[in-house]
Design a protein around this ligand. Structure first.
Ligand SMILES: [Zn+2]
Length: 292
């Protein structure tokens, strides 16, 4: 078990834990912001040391969150998963301590009551299932799995029309939980408990949601992929390369930043590396992430 994979937060009465599956991946900023350069990243001093390297590469992580609210244990996204065939080598045939880490964080797989996928990209649904004797079976058989209705229907449409290049995760991480009868299709404003509700944040995908946690006057949001990296606070409306609807993604990010800037709300970034959380604050004409 890798100690650095796990981090805990407390928001009012809600306990939240992070489980990292791929830690501190360094990549070119042009992966996220088209034609952008390392010089641009280097020019933004507050990104270092947590979110960018001195050479100007962005740092991202792949991780899941789990929380305890009003007696329910809830997974928020399920990362990449083991034994997969994926588009990029780093995600293929991964063997990690993810499930052990989950247990070490106080959330053994059999204790999970709800699994919420913010959207249905491969790096948010992987551990929905695991490979047992050559078959994909639900990792959390006692849980209800919550998928956005619009999101699920969109991915089924992409498969039916052969209009997306990488659909392996539908077969190994989505279909098996549907076939097991474990899925509830929900609206993007669904409430998981009195303390945990969804905010529709479309753009990255059509049914994308973020997760709002409110308890005893404290507040946090788990972003999902509405934003991939804190650099997007510098210009939230700038198009993100991973967004399926770039105009909508841009509008959603801008609205999100204006809603939560200079507030007490802790922003927990689904791909933000350690320390993973911070507060959005004004920074001249733009915004930045304050981490302490
Ligand atoms: Zn993602």
């Amino acid at each position: 078990m890798a100690v650095e994979h796990i981090k805990h937060w407390k928001v009012g009465d809600v306990e939240i834990a992070r489980i990292v599956e791929v830690n501190g991946w360094e990549d070119n900023i042009s992966m996220l912001l088209e034609n952008e350069t390392a010089d641009y990243v280097r020019s933004i001093g507050w990104l270092r040391p947590h979110f960018a390297t001195p050479e100007g590469k962005m740092i991202i992580s792949f991780q899941a969150f789990v929380l305890r609210s009003q007696g329910k244990n809830v997974m928020i996204d399920t990362c990449i998963g083991a034994d997969r065939q994926r588009e990029f080598d780093i995600f293929c045939n991964m063997q990690t301590t993810f499930l052990e880490d989950l247990t070490a964080a106080g959330f053994p797989p059999e204790s999970i009551n709800l699994v919420l996928c913010t959207h249905l990209h491969f790096d948010h649904v992987g551990w929905n299932t695991k490979l047992v004797n050559g078959r994909w079976v639900p990792t959390f058989p006692q849980a209800r799995y919550l998928f956005g209705k619009r999101e699920y229907e969109h991915w089924v449409h992409l498969r039916d029309t052969h209009s997306y290049h990488a659909l392996e995760h539908m077969y190994d991480s989505i279909d098996p939980v549907i076939e097991a009868g474990l899925v509830d299709l929900i609206t993007p404003d669904h409430k998981l408990t009195d303390e945990v509700s969804l905010i529709p944040t479309p753009g990255h995908t059509p049914g994308h949601v973020s997760v709002l946690i409110r308890s005893r006057g404290e507040e946090a949001v788990i972003t999902g992929d509405m934003m991939h990296h804190p650099i997007q606070l510098v210009c939230p409306e700038r198009h993100g390369r991973f967004d399926m609807d770039k105009e909508q993604g841009s509008r959603t990010r801008r609205e999100f930043v204006e809603r939560f800037a200079d507030s007490k709300t802790l922003i927990i970034g689904s791909h933000f590396p350690e320390p993973t959380s911070g507060w959005i604050v004004r920074d001249g004409e733009a915004w930045k992430l304050k981490t302490e």
